[in-house]
Design a protein around this ligand. Sequence first.
Ligand code: E4P
Length: 221
Amino acid sequence: MRIFIDTASLKEIKEAYDLGILDGVTTNPSLMAKEGITGKQAIKDHYKAICESVGDGDVSAEVISTDYAGMIREGEELAEIHPNIVVKIPMTRDGIKAIRTLSDKGIPINCTLVFSAGQAILAAKAGAYLLSPFIGRLDDTNWDGLELIDRIVRIYDIQGFDTQVLAASIRTSLHIVQCAEAGADVVTCPMKTIEGLFKHPLTDIGLEKFLADYRKGNPEK
Ligand code: E4P
């Protein structure tokens, strides 16, 4: 399972990349706005800077257009920024058509805002490289986000679809573990949920004891 960080913050991306466990980045218009990145050129420059921070990792960059022609134009422009760019297209009627066209041109697509298995089937049929079901937002509305990941993974497996399942809208470290168990190909995580994976009190207690015992036998060190 690949691990992406879900942020537009260069600081957080560097922090995760330096851990040696980062495989890519996802952004969305809300995350870009949170970093104060506005204006067409500034947005492009920021995507380039992100791409240059993650080796050969995928970087998802989302279109703002909602019509087919606009998505194609924007998707092509985004793809030109850097070879790492994966164009993010929303799961709409025009979006599915745009996914087909851009995928046929060899541009990798992340189909975003996915909330059902039926939508997942359409995106795979259209040739999406990645599919982003939003599990946290489903959980927030009393639907089971993980159940959806499990279902899509099974469908893609049974049908032999190549589209990879990228579990998005991750809220907790436990979500990451559960997505791994469900067979997600990728999880995109806020930094705090990656941090949570490190934590276990027995690790801290165990290390403290090992070092205390070492110091007893080596008082000068
Ligand atoms: C990433 O691709 C998604 O846009 C993101 O995970 C959405 O997360 P949120 O539901 O926390 O906004």
